[in-house]
Design a protein around this ligand. Sequence first.
Ligand SMILES: *Cc1c(COP(=O)(O)O)cnc(C)c1O
Length: 421
Amino acid sequence: MCYNPSMHKALTEVDPEIARLIEAEEKRQREKIRLIPSENYTSAAVLEASGTVLQNKYSEGYPGKRYYEGQQNIDPIEALAIARAKALFAVDHANVQPYSGSPANLAVYLAFCQPGDTIMGMGLPAGGHLTHGWSVSITGKYFRSVAYGVRKETGRVDLDEVRELAKKEKPKLLWCGGTAIPRTIDFAAFADIAKEVGAILVADIAHIAGLIAGGAHPSASAHADIISTTTHKTLRGPRGGMLMCKGQHAGAIDKAVFPGLQGGPHNQTTAGIAVALKEASTDAFKKYAHAIVENAQALATELSARGYDLVSGGTDNHLILVDLTNKEVPGKKAAQALDKAGLVLNYNSVPFDPRKPFDPSGIRLGTPAVTSRGMGPAEMRQIGAWLDRGVQAARTADDAALEKIAGEVRELTGRFPAPGL
Ligand SMILES: *Cc1c(COP(=O)(O)O)cnc(C)c1O
């Protein structure tokens, strides 16, 4: 069942312990229903490109301007990745070297800010990311960070609050996007605010890059000065990051990534990104992106009908945030029980959560991975029913009920093979 049997053969010989764990992980990914909205299944082609001899090469610099010789194959690989990113996201410039989403974001700070400068992003409890200035992150320690949130009644970003705060605080950077935002991000409105206060607008599309690529979420390219993304979430590439921008910022972004923050790029990842970007430009991917949203909405409808309290009342994208307060089960307890039932998701704070982040009131789930397996609305309704049974079982600590769900889940996942496994 593994994507590269010859490689597993060598690994089994050299390190059977690690080989066994990788095989067990493959089984877990095959048998369970993966609802963590930031996870996905990359294609076999992406996996193959990412596990190659490209790993053996140092390539500090950029195509045509390297500090090491022997770039005859690396330069065209990186050039292809860049060209495909520019075409897919309609941007002037792309840097495909950031090691992941967090280093990509750090490079943006390095490009435009001095330590102590004011920056503004969505607060973590409201759905923002750590790297948008949250206190425990370097971005909240080295910069003066101001957080905006969501309206209590609607669970949606309060653009009036963002404008007021921005006018008062005059941030150098304004971040939009996040990790637990179930609604469409209004890039145009954020751009207006950024313009009004002279801030650089950074759209962090880590979660929704695949939706944007497939036309299932509006694009940020006409509005944001900088676009930051991971490549491994809805975009379905290898673990990595990209920064894209208008031409005027190209030099600052490139300098910040290398030599500002990083050394040699991970060429095996660059190749995997290039392959993923090629896949993401197909009609099949457009269908995939729209199916993710259709599935999330089917699942949200099912959960609402079963009395679940969804933050913002539903979803426009791939992600659902559920406040479990009315079900009388804390998020962590629910998430741990659901994992036993073969339904993998994560506990999550909800806006205005009275509970602590390590034991919050909510769970976060999403449909990118199940949609990659070809599941549709009928399966989402079934998953909604299982989630409901699982949450009840969590409340009553009914392990037998969880076991029973896990068996039914295995029967379903057996009929929907995952890409790359
Ligand atoms: C996932 C995510 C990141 C960080 O990506 P890593 O690859 O985990 O470092 C940054 N911003 C947002 C909005 C994300 O969702």
